[in-house]
Design a protein around this ligand. Structure first.
Ligand code: GUN
Ligand code: ZN
Length: 433
């Protein structure tokens, strides 16, 4: 088997632009050599890469951009059909839109069809790594993991756990859920791109017994992640205070059960207090910002700068279905706007970082994903806007490639993604080939 060379404008980050490092690399006549095992062999000027691998097969993407696969660090599989549902704030929306939609996933054939479409949609949007809240139903989660494995996407997911404050068919006690979770963890052990995440929905859905189970699962399976929600709305925070009056704050509810570690991903974190941030930094957990969701539900403005100043790792997520679209790329434009509203002006490097190398670091995957360093898995997508006359004209007015990247971050979307590759293989293409 030979190496494959993909030629185009290659863009990625070599380091953290929030740390003041100038690490954006854009190679306009660039190329990426991929070895037969699906890993990056070389990145450089097109001619140099072609010279280094004279026997290789060339895939010429013309002027299209090759960008590391996007990392969606927070979304919900059983909300695949719940996007754009009405809700007057988080708790009302959960009760009236989300829980009925999630109950449909009890039907295995319904869930199987949804799983295929869900994974396909992610890949079409350039997402090659996704951290996903699974269903409350074992068969639906199995369908999700199986669809992911077939496609090659990197999936971190787990069964959504709830044992109170929702319709009875969505509830399971700790005792009832443990076998299903163990089976799914076993499945992930044999699939290099599948990872299990222990997934208590949020403090309001979970009794102390259920949170206790989550802690014991993490202790017995230290390779697992933990994902949950935190400090999303004021109404939710007040309810958590009532439900757990003995705890210092929202974070402490999870922390007291051993759930806050460097493998924990907390979605939203809008109203996080100073002591909570201190503890987040100390435990080195990750926070996931979901701007579209936060605007849609009227939750609030995520204080990115405060998190970054503490050294808290931050990723970006679509939060389907409170988020209304599947594109992490579009979430970056929303991130930009939400930070503008707080006098924090992000540049192209910083935006791209959040969804690529920063996302990979946030999920502890930086040795495998996030940029085109040799040895990493060749996960990328091809952004081709030539057929969009307006976008092509707009970009032709840019002074340089960095300006072009910034405009692409604001104006491009999944319709401009020609194809997505996972581990060197094409997993989705606009033409369906
Ligand atoms: N908090 C608890 N469950 C959910 C959910 O499904 N979506 C969002 N956005 N927040 C939550
Ligand atoms: Zn969510």
């Amino acid at each position: 088997m030979t190496d494959t060379i993909h030629a185009g404008t290659v863009a990625h980050l070599r380091g953290d632009p929030f740390a003041g490092e100038n690490t954006l690399e854009i190679i306009e006549r660039g190329a990426l050599a991929i070895d037969p095992s699906g890993r990056v062999a070389l990145l450089g000027e097109r001619d140099a890469v072609l010279d280094a691998f004279p026997e290789s097969e060339l895939v010429d993407h013309g002027d299209a951009w090759l960008i590391p696969g996007l990392i969606d660090a927070h979304l919900h599989f059983p909300q695949f059909y719940a996007t754009a549902g009405f809700g007057n704030g988080l708790l009302d929306w959960l009760e009236n839109t989300v829980y009925p939609a999630e109950a449909r996933f009890a039907d295995e054939s319904f869930a199987r069809a949804a799983a295929e479409q869900f994974i396909e949609r992610l890949l079409t949007c350039g997402t090659t790594t996704a951290m996903v809240f699974g269903s409350q139903f074992y068969d639906a989660n199995l369908a999700l993991f199986e669809a992911a494995e077939r496609s090659g996407i990197r999936l971190i997911a787990g069964m959504t756990l709830m044992d109170r404050n929702a319709p009875p068919m969505l509830l399971q006690t700790a005792e009832q859920s443990v076998d299903s979770i163990e089976k799914l963890i076993g499945l992930c052990r044999h699939a290099p791109r599948l990872h299990y995440a222990v997934t208590p929905r949020f403090a309001l859905s979970c009794s102390p017994e259920l949170l206790e189970l989550c802690g014991s699962l993490l202790r017995s399976h230290p390779e697992s992640y933990l994902q949950t929600h935190i400090n999303e709305t004021r109404e939710e925070i007040a309810a958590v205070r009532t439900a757990f009056p003995q705890r210092r704050d929202y974070l402490d509810v999870y922390d007291s059960f051993g759930l806050i570690t460097e493998r924990t991903v907390l979605a939203h974190s809008i109203y996080t207090t100073e002591p909570e941030m201190d503890r987040m930094a100390e435990t080195d957990c990750t926070v996931c910002h979901c701007p579209t969701s936060n605007s849609y539900l009227g939750s609030g403005l995520f204080p990115l700068r405060r998190h970054l100043r503490r050294g808290i790792r931050v990723a970006v997520g679509t939060d389907i279905g409170a988020g209304t679209q599947f594109s992490v790329w579009r979430e970056l434009s929303e991130t930009y706007k939400v930070q503008q509203l707080q006098d924090f002006c992000l540049n192209a490097d910083q935006l791209l970082y959040l969804a690529t190398l920063g996302g990979a670091k946030a999920l502890g995957l930086e040795s495998e994903a996030g940029n085109f360093e040799p040895g990493k898995s060749a996960d990328f997508f091809v952004l081709d806007y030539e057929e969009d006359q307006y976008l092509a004209a707009r970009l032709s007015r840019c002074e340089n490639a960095v300006e072009q990247l910034f405009s692409l971050l604001q104006l491009a979307d999944e319709r401009h993604i020609a194809s997505t590759y996972v581990h060197g293989h094409m997993a989705a293409s606009r033409n369906g080939s």
